[in-house]
Design a binder for this molecule. Structure first.
Ligand code: Z5A
Length: 209
């Protein structure tokens, strides 16, 4: 069955750093750290296309590329890892599509959620951390926000994205846990670890750190 954890939030929230730190704590289990978009060979191609400045995409074209990336990632990486009992830590997943394309691009979030279910084949994370950092603070931290097409969207776009994540967290409080990502990274790690600990038995983890 494994343990499926996703990390969500705006640019510079600290998802990548937290993914690495959590993996370093899960020392005695099979752990897979992965990400979207781009966690498969096809995904790497889609990622390049998604951020290709020379050929902008319509909002729906962008959405369907993220969904194609997800469908491949779930079937080729995430489900096989969970089936062998691994912990999978995924840097962005379906909630990002609701927040960025649904709220940011202002496409119908309910429709995006339905498409997400299809793309993920019904797979829902056991635990999701929404790393909540004030929008401008996250953008200031992030190199990507300066480097790519989506990152360079307006501050209003990024505020809508943040609102999207907040709405999702309100809607699914049992799955989505909001962490104050303006705190130092080691504190964010401890907050996440406290929430993961009760679930470690699912993957046969023995340490009590
Ligand atoms: N996107 C989408 O639109 N729809 C979708 O369905 C999906 C994605 C899946 C690529 O994502 C883009 O795709 C993204 C959303 C969109 N938009 N853009 N642009 P990505 O995950 O590849 O890129 P990102 O989220 O923008 O990465 P990021 O800026 O690297 O954010 P991060 O991973 O959350 O942050 P980090 O790399 O861990 O940390 C950034 C810096 O802050 C780094 O120097 C850290 O050392 C520092 N940091 C981290 N934590 C802290 C704390 N707590 N305090 C102080 N400094 C910290």
């Amino acid at each position: 069955m494994g343990l499926f954890i996703t990390l969500e939030g705006g640019e510079g929230a600290g998802k990548t750093e937290l993914a690495r730190a959590l993996a370093a704590r899960l020392v005695d289990v099979d752990v897979v750290v992965t990400f979207e978009p781009g966690g498969t060979p096809l995904g790497a191609v889609l990622r390049e296309r998604l951020f290709d400045e020379a050929h902008p995409l319509s909002p729906w074209a962008e959405t369907f590329l993220f969904l194609a990336d997800r469908a491949t990632h779930v079937s080729e990486v995430i489900r096989p890892a969970l089936a062998r009992g691994a912990a999978v830590i995924c840097d962005r997943f379906a909630d990002s599509t609701v927040a960025y394309q649904g709220y940011g691009r202002q496409l119908d979030p309910t429709l995006i959620e339905a498409l997400n279910r299809q793309a993920a084949g019904g797979l829902v994370p056991h635990l999701t951390f929404f790393l909540d950092v004030p929008t401008q603070q996250g953008l200031d931290r992030s190199q990507r926000a300066r480097d790519d097409r989506i990152g360079r969207e307006s501050i209003d776009f990024h505020r809508r994205v943040a609102e999207g994540f907040k709405q999702l967290a309100l809607k699914e409080p049992d799955r989505i846990h909001t962490l104050d990502a303006a705190r130092p990274a080691d504190e964010v790690l401890e907050m996440a670890w406290t929430l993961i600990k009760p679930r470690l038995a699912m993957i046969g983890h023995r340490t009590s750190a």
